[in-house]
Design a protein around this ligand. Structure first.
Ligand code: SF4
Length: 511
C-alpha cells in the first residue's frame, strides 16, 4: 500500500480590490494622479481643489523611475507602463521611508485612467497592483477613472465621487491646457528674450489653476453640463491668458524646421525623461514642435461608437437615436474646443477631422484595429503631409508596444506611396537616448533643408528682403507680438508663411 501524499491547499489568484475610501476620510487623504504634462496636472489640480479634494500630481517622471518600474512589474511590459508604474513606486518608497507604511496607506489613494481594449493600457492598474504587492502595500488604495463614463457615481465609501462636476472639470482642464500648450510650442522657438515664454507660461498655468479652483458650482447633473457648455467663464479665463501672452516678443523670421510629434498616447504627451525630453531637444536643434493635444485622443474615443452604428446592416430606431446623439456630442465637443481656440485669437491648431483621419488611413490600416492610437497614427502622418502642417513627423514608439509596431509596419506601405514624406519613427526604451536622437537627427537634417528652401522661395516669390521686412516691423510692432496670428499660406514653415502673409495680406511693398 503506497502512502497518501498530502497536497497543499492551492492559493488562488485574487484580483486587486481597493478598500473603501470613505467620505469622512476625504479631508485627510490626498488623491495622487499623473500621466500628463505638468501644465495639465496643475490645472486639473485646480478642478479637484474646487471640489474640496486634496489632490497632488506625482512628481514628473525621471530616468530612475524606469529602473524602479522594471524591478517590480512583468518583463513584457511596454515602456509607458514601466515608467508610470515606476513613478508611483518611487513616490511611495520615499513616503514609506519618511513616514512608514501605515501612514502612507492611510494618507494617499491613487486615481488612474482605465480602459478596456487590446493593448496594455487596459491593464495598467494590474501592473500597479503587482508593484504594490512587491512593495508590501497591497492595502494601498487605487481607483479607476473609466474613460467612457462621465458619471460613475460615488465609489465604495463615498470618498471619491466620479460625477459630472468632476469629469467635466477634468475634461475642461485638459482642453484649456491643450490650447495653452499649443501657444507655448509655437512661441518659444521665436522668443526674442530667452526664457520669456516659460516665465509667462508659468504665470498662465497659475491663472488657469485659479480659474478652475474658483469654478462656480452649478448642480451635479444636467445643470452642471449646461453651464459648462454655455458659460463664458472659461473663455474669459483664456482671454486673460491671451493678455499675458501678448507681452512676449517674437522674431518669426528665424528659419525653423516644423516637426509634428505623434506616437503612442503617453509617450507623445509626456514632457521629460520618459521620452528623452525630445520636444525640448528638437527645439534646441532649430525646430518648432507641433505638440499632440490630449483633446485629439478624447475626440477619437467618441468615434468607434459612431462608426459601429454606421456599419450596422440594418439600424433600429434606437440605433438611429444613439447615432444622432453621438453626432451631436461630437459637434458640441468640437465647438467647445473651438471656443477655447477663439479666446486665444485662433492661434492654437484646429482638431483634425476624425473622419478625414479615418479615410486617409483606410487603405493602410483598418479603423477597427483598435489598441493604442489605432488608425490615427497613419491618419495623422498623412493629414500633416497633405495639409503641409509640418516638414516632418516624429513618431514616438514605445519599446514592446504591439499597436505601435503594427502601425509602423503599415507605414512602410505609406512611405512607398509617398517617398518624399519625412517620417522618423523613434523607438523609446527609456535607456537608449543617443540612438533614438541620432535617428531623429538624420531626418531632421533634411527637414531643415526644406525649411530653408521654403524661406528662400517665399522671399523670391514676393520680392521681399529680410532688411525690408525688418524696417516694416519697426513701424508695425504688433507683428512682433506672440499673439499676432499668421495665417497658413501653403508652406510648412512659419517664416515662409509669415513672408507670404506680409506680401499678400498686409501688402508690404518690395521697395
Ligand atoms: S499603446 Fe502600446 S505603449 Fe501604450 S499602453 Fe498600449 S501597449 Fe502600452
Amino acid at each position: 500500500m503506497g502512502q497518501l501524499v498530502q497536497i497543499a491547499e492551492p492559493t488562488h489568484y485574487t484580483a486587486y480590490k481597493p478598500k473603501p475610501f470613505t467620505r469622512q476620510e476625504r479631508d485627510n487623504v490626498t488623491i495622487l494622479y499623473g500621466g500628463l504634462t505638468w501644465k495639465h496636472e496643475r490645472v486639473i489640480q485646480g478642478a479637484m481643489h474646487n471640489l474640496k479634494y486634496n489632490a497632488e500630481p506625482l512628481p514628473n517622471i525621471n530616468r530612475e523611475d524606469l529602473d524602479a518600474g522594471k524591478e517590480l512589474i512583468d518583463v513584457g511590459a511596454c515602456c509607458p507602463t514601466i515608467f508610470t508604474t515606476g513613478s508611483l513606486v518611487s513616490f511611495l518608497k520615499k513616503e514609506v521611508a519618511a513616514h512608514g507604511k501605515q501612514e502612507v496607506k492611510d494618507k494617499y489613494v491613487f486615481l488612474t485612467a482605465g480602459a478596456c481594449g487590446p493593448c496594455r493600457f487596459g491593464q495598467y492598474h494590474e501592473s500597479y497592483s503587482m508593484a504594490l504587492d512587491g512593495l508590501g502595500l497591497r492595502d494601498f488604495r487605487m481607483y479607476l477613472l473609466a474613460q467612457d463614463e462621465l458619471d460613475q457615481g460615488s465609489g465604495d465609501g463615498g470618498g471619491l465621487e466620479i460625477n459630472l462636476p468632476l469629469s467635466l472639470g477634468l475634461i475642461w482642464a485638459i482642453l484649456c491646457s491643450d490650447v495653452l500648450t499649443d501657444l507655448e510650442y509655437m512661441t518659444r522657438p521665436y522668443e526674442v528674450n530667452p526664457g520669456e515664454t516659460d516665465r509667462v507660461l508659468n504665470d498662465c498655468v497659475e491663472h488657469l489653476y485659479n480659474a478652475f479652483r474658483e469654478r462656480p458650482h452649478r448642480g451635479k447633473k444636467y445643470k452642471a453640463l449646461a453651464w459648462h457648455l454655455m458659460s463664458d467663464y472659461f473663455t474669459s479665463a483664456l482671454r486673460g491668458v491671451r493678455k499675458k501672452w501678448d507681452t512676449i516678443e517674437v522674431d518669426r523670421l528665424r528659419v525653423k524646421a516644423k516637426v509634428k510629434v505623434t506616437g503612442e498616447f503617453w509617450l507623445q504627451t509626456h514632457e521629460g525623461e520618459g521620452n528623452y525630453n525630445i520636444k525640448r531637444w528638437l527645439e534646441s536643434e532649430e525646430s518648432e514642435v507641433v505638440p499632440p493635444p490630449v483633446a485629439v485622443w478624447l475626440h477619437y474615443l467618441l468615434h468607434p461608437a459612431i462608426r459601429k452604428l454606421e456599419h450596422r446592416h440594418s439600424a433600429g430606431k434606437n440605433d438611429r437615436m444613439k447615432d444622432l446623439l453621438l453626432q451631436a456630442l461630437e459637434r458640441i465637443y468640437r465647438r467647445t474646443y473651438n471656443r477655447f481656440r477663439k479666446a486665444l485669437g485662433n492661434l492654437p491648431n484646429e482638431l483634425p477631422d476624425q473622419l478625414e483621419l479615418l479615410r486617409l488611413a483606410e487603405p493602410y490600416y483598418h479603423f477597427e484595429l483598435r489598441g493604442g492610437e489605432g488608425h490615427m497614427l497613419i491618419g495623422k502622418v498623412l493629414h500633416t503631409y497633405h495639409h503641409r502642417k509640418a516638414h516632418m513627423v516624429c513618431e514616438l514608439s514605445p519599446y514592446s508596444c504591439m499597436p505601435n509596431t503594427m502601425s509602423i509596419g503599415s507605414m512602410a506601405n505609406v512611405i512607398g506611396k509617398y517617398p518624399d514624406l519625412l517620417y522618423a519613427p523613434i523607438e523609446i526604451k527609456g535607456d537608449a537616448e543617443i540612438h533614438a536622437l541620432s535617428r531623429c537627427q538624420m531626418i531632421l537634417t533634411e527637414a531643415k533643408k526644406r525649411a530653408q528652401a521654403d524661406f528662400d522661395e517665399a522671399l523670391q516669390k514676393t520680392g521681399l528682403t529680410v532688411e525690408r521686412i525688418r524696417k516694416y516691423e519697426a513701424r508695425h510692432p504688433e507683428l512682433k507680438r506672440a499673439t499676432y496670428r499668421v495665417p497658413h499660406h501653403g508652406y510648412c514653415g512659419t517664416a515662409a508663411n509669415y513672408i507670404m502673409h506680409l506680401a499678400s495680406d498686409r501688402r508690404v511693398a518690395v521697395n
